[in-house]
Design a binder for this molecule. Structure first.
Ligand SMILES: Cc1cc2nc3c(=O)[nH]c(=O)nc-3n(C[C@H](O)[C@H](O)[C@H](O)COP(=O)(O)OP(=O)(O)OC[C@H]3O[C@@H](n4cnc5c(N)ncnc54)[C@H](O)[C@@H]3O)c2cc1C
Length: 511
């Protein structure tokens, strides 16, 4: 067999998760690691989503790394190009370029139970690693529904996350499919250009005004000269969101007042009662992600926009037909239909200790210990794994908590010493998930009366974290060795938990 590179850690993905992991590994003193990225540049979400109007729904001072504050954010809610530039900057400042393996798609990673390492096959060649951090993103593989007749459509078709910038939408009749976070940013951006926009809406979203504004030169100077003001701003943004969590997780009834604000937001722009009726959700606000836009409703009120309160059901030539029979002739179909979240493709490519893929192990639903480790997949952790998503705050907070867990994981391996691996005990995984699902029962995501992408094919919520970011931070501060089996090469006695590796009670009681 040909010689191949061996590294201590292989990180897969170069979005916030993968780059954050790389920074953290360097800070922990590791230099023997690579970042495998299938694309030709870093950035993840913020590289792939370049659709018109693409921007963050969380204020920039919170949607950025705590260890890399940016005093120069131009707007309170930054656009895609600024966030992408920020990630490129992070890559340079923290010296990550030499670790990057771009155009290296991971095709398969297989656990070698004898050598205690991962064999990794990529589009750029083979390598092996003692430890894998899978940061392939929950929203990185676009999902286009299976629509009869779509193959024979003569016009242009693309997904919001794969925008075709060479296609000129001016004067075109466009079918926009979906009303999620991307679609509501796209519609106001293309409505002034297109001849006609037909919006296919299965379920209307709740939409709140977006308090976006330019950050003044004086504010930026202040942040540059007095860095603690950037931290204070971040702290305030975080604290406000942290206080809101109980309403989502324990007292969804309290969200009724927010519904009134959202209805007023709609009424200000939508004067036609029939259109208002179509756009008014029939589920509790927060059950699906609350969307932020001050331009969506005004765009829908324009004469060149039609809202079809029904999903797209088939395509016949250049005609699109909704489930309720509404028809429209179109030149282009844009899918804002989300991503493979609970059925992420990477799970088919990870083969664990017993020869099963992660997708097979997760047939009944995704489950991981503390959002990171799956039983039977030793020395492997995922960033933004099962039940780590947030409904109201910045995912960067969750990613950074997981990086603490990663740092302790590799530290524990060093303490144990020699060739060693940690495999999550099935009972620990079950127990963690049982507690998460018990807490989930009261949340707005499970009780709010909607179907959302937070739920998997079995109707189980395997995506959202049912608590505060502080609770998750506490739960992921340390790796609790009692939750793992210590593996040694065959013939060697397992050093088990007896080598003084650190246990922490804070991880015990967190959920
Ligand atoms: C349009 C949009 C808006 C969003 N807005 C917000 C927001 O306002 N607030 C918020 O908190 N979150 C938001 N999110 C969620 C966002 O995805 C996360 O906040 C975060 O960026 C995820 O980072 P990540 O590194 O985990 O994943 P990603 O950024 O998706 O990066 C994953 C990387 O892995 C690579 N990859 C995947 N598979 C492979 C493979 N097999 N081999 C090699 N490389 C691979 C991908 O190419 C990609 O570069 C948004 C998402 C989208 C799509």
């Amino acid at each position: 067999m040909a010689e191949h590179e061996h590294v201590r850690v292989a990180v897969v993905g170069s979005g916030f998760g993968g780059l954050g992991a790389a920074v953290r590994l360097r800070r922990e003193g590791f230099t023997d690691f690579v970042v495998l990225e299938r694309a030709g540049s870093v950035g993840g979400t913020w590289r792939d989503n370049s659709y018109p109007g693409c921007a963050c729904d969380v204020p920039s001072h919170l949607y950025s790394f705590s260890f890399a504050p940016n005093p120069d954010w131009p707007r309170t809610f930054s656009g895609q190009e600024h966030i992408r530039a920020y990630l490129e900057h992070v890559t340079d400042v923290f010296g990550l370029r030499p670790h990057l393996r771009l155009n290296s798609e991971v095709l398969r990673m297989t656990w070698d139970s004898e050598a205690l390492r991962w064999d990794i096959e990529t589009s750029g060649g083979r390598l092996s690693a003692d430890f894998v951090v899978s940061a392939t993103g929950p929203l990185s593989d676009p999902k286009i529904p299976d629509i009869p007749g779509l193959d024979s459509f003569a016009g242009k078709v693309f997904h919001s996350a794969r925008w075709d910038h060479d296609y000129d939408l001016r004067g075109k009749r466009v079918a926009m499919v979906g009303t999620g976070a991307s679609a509501i940013q796209i519609v106001p951006a293309i409505q002034p250009l297109a001849r006609k926009v037909t919006l296919f809406q299965r379920t209307p979203p709740w939409v709140m005004p977006r308090m976006d504004r330019a950050i003044s030169g004086a504010e930026r100077r202040l942040h540059r000269q007095l860095p603690f003001t950037t931290q204070a701003r971040r702290g305030l943004l975080w604290g406000i969101r942290e206080l809101q969590v109980q309403a989502f997780t324990k007292h969804p009834g309290q969200l009724g007042a927010v519904e009134q604000l959202a209805k007023r937001n709609m009424a200000r722009a939508i004067k036609d009662p029939a259109l208002r009726a179509k756009l008014t959700p029939d589920y509790r606000i927060g059950c699906k992600r609350i969307l932020l836009s001050s331009t969506y409703y005004p765009a829908l009120a324009q004469p060149n926009v039609d809202v079809v309160a029904s999903g797209l059901s088939r395509v016949e030539g250049s005609k699109v037909v909704a489930a309720d029979g509404t028809e429209a002739q179109v030149d282009a179909i844009v899918f804002g239909t989300g991503f493979h979240v609970t059925d992420m493709p990477i799970a088919d490519r990870v083969v664990g200790a017993d020869g099963r893929t992660l997708a097979e192990a997760w047939k009944g639903g995704m489950e991981a210990l503390r959002g990171a480790s799956a039983a039977g997949f030793p020395n492997w952790m995922t960033v933004i794994g099962p039940n780590t998503g947030l409904g109201n705050s910045s995912m960067i907070l969750m990613i950074e908590s997981q990086l603490n867990y990663l740092a302790d994981f590799v530290r524990q391996l060093d303490v144990l010493g020699g060739r060693v691996a940690l495999d999550a005990r099935p009972a620990a995984v079950r127990d963690w998930n049982h507690r998460v699902q018990e807490r989930m029962k009261r949340t707005v995501w499970n009780t709010g009366g909607c179907t959302s992408w937070y739920l998997d094919a079995n109707g189980r919520n395997s995506t959202i974290w049912p608590g505060t970011t502080t609770e998750f931070r506490r739960a992921t501060r340390r790796v609790d060795l009692a939750e793992y089996e210590v593996l040694r090469p065959a013939g060697q006695r397992s050093a088990a938990q007896d080598k003084g590796a650190v246990q922490d009670e804070s991880t015990e009681a967190a959920v």
